[in-house]
Write a protein that binds this ligand. Structure first.
Ligand SMILES: [Zn+2]
Length: 423
């Protein structure tokens, strides 16, 4: 019997449509354990034409895991829904659920399940929350020490608005949770407004929006402000009322952390102003913007020095010299080994661009400077742009040029890749 995780989840070809021998309950437990071991963030069990496909999202990418016979796949879907306390029978309507699971090796995780009807049946998506990795402290997110220090500086302020920005799946909520963890030291009243709550934080007042009853970010924020908060975290600013209330709270004594969608730190300011917020109000409230991406870290065990480019032939731009910490600039590429499950990359690291609002930048915001003007003012004040931080990651072998070019659109870095490939 299959008491241990003896299932070869990666043997896709041989197992196409096979009827499994192990009961779906055991298969599900092993599958979740396997996914957690590989730090997968999501698990999918999806009906496709003729069978059910199991896949995971790992290091930001989808990887197929296994094909199952339809009947068996449906039993697995049903069991996963039971684990998440969702209606196991309903497949013609979207359902949601959440639950805690203990895997065969004894590790615990939290799961959030969503199922939607599709052409061939249903798509069951499970977000896996590893409690150990979930709410990591700021210095465990893979940022440089000086960036962690900049964030500490922001969190040391009594009041003000801190924006965290970046595209979907850029690790914004991990950064927010890490910041809240740091602030939650028992001396402050901390509130969060989330959609949905991803991790329970002991001692923090966490509230979740509920669209069905008209309880959005703006309504909850207004209510939370009556509870005398010192710190408020707002999952996302996506309407004028939330933007205005957040700015006002930041300007009147609270420390407010919030996410917005934008491509750069400077554009986050534009984004807030698009909600017709007052320029002067924003300039007196905003203390910093963290714009970020997640990049895959090269596995340190197997990455290989790209010998076609000698160290002394690599130019280090003056602006990032301080980030090299004396290391020789070296280009590495991915290889793959047992430790990184042959992928060549072993984890996701945070790549931040941090704009600290000084008086000059505050002035510029109050005078309606454009995003381009703001960015150059910030760069002059010492901010490293996203592409510059990325460049320093490449020259230190934290990641590869290929990976950076996948995540960031920058012509200088793209030309570096061309030089490398023609070398
Ligand atoms: Zn490796």
């Amino acid at each position: 019997m299959n008491n241990e995780s003896t299932i070869d989840f990666e043997d896709l070809e041989n197992l196409a449509g096979e009827t499994e021998l192990s009961p779906p309950e055991l298969f599900a437990a092993n599958l979740i354990e396997w996914s957690l071991e590989r730090h997968a963030s999501d698990l999918f069990v999806s009906d496709v034409d003729g069978c059910v496909v199991v896949s995971v999202r790992r290091l930001g990418r989808i990887e197929p895991v296994r094909k199952l016979a339809r009947a068996y796949g449906h039993r697995l879907q049903g069991h996963l829904r039971v684990l998440a306390s969702a209606d196991a029978g309903e497949s013609i309507r979207p359902v949601e659920g959440r639950g805690n699971i203990t895997t065969p090796d004894g590790s615990k995780a939290h799961m959030r399940l969503s199922s939607i009807p599709t052409l061939y049946g249903q798509d069951v998506a499970i977000r896996l929350f590893d409690p150990v990795r979930g709410a990591r402290p700021l210095d465990a997110l893979g940022m440089d020490d000086c960036d962690v220090k900049s964030i500490h500086h922001l969190l040391g302020q009594q009041s003000g608005l801190i924006l965290v920005t970046g595209p979907v799946a850029s690790g914004k909520s991990s950064t927010l949770y890490a910041m809240i963890k740091q602030l939650n030291d028992g001396t402050r009243k901390v509130h969060t407004i989330e959609d949905p709550i991803e991790h329970a934080l002991s001692g923090v007042m966490q509230s979740q929006t509920n669209v069905r009853i008209g309880l959005g970010f703006a309504e909850l924020l207004t209510a939370v402000l009556r509870h005398s908060p010192d710190v408020i975290m707002i999952g996302e600013v996506r309407d004028r009322q939330t933007a205005e209330t957040a700015i006002r709270a930041g300007a009147s004594g609270q420390l407010v952390l919030a996410t917005v969608h934008s491509k750069s730190a400077a554009e986050a300011v534009d984004m807030m102003l698009q909600y017709e917020s007052d320029h002067k109000f924003l300039s007196s409230s905003l203390i910093g913007v963290i714009n970020q991406r997640l990049v895959r870290r090269l596995c340190p065990a197997c990455r290989t020095n790209d010998e076609s480019t000698a160290s002394d032939a690599i130019e280090v731009p003056d602006r990032i010299r301080g980030r090299m910490h004396g290391a020789d600039p070296t280009l590495y590429r991915s290889v793959g080994c047992d430790l990184c499950h042959e992928g060549g990359y072993d984890s996701l690291v945070n790549l931040p661009e941090i704009m600290l609002v000084n008086s000059a930048i505050g002035e510029a915001i109050a005078h309606r400077a454009s995003a381009i003007e703001l960015e150059s003012a910030a760069a002059q004040a010492g901010m490293l742009r996203l592409a510059e931080v990325a460049h320093s990651y490449v020259l230190r072998g934290i990641t590869s040029i290929d990976e950076i070019n996948r995540v960031i659109n920058d012509s200088d870095l793209a030309s570096m890749q061309r030089r490398e490939s023609t070398a």
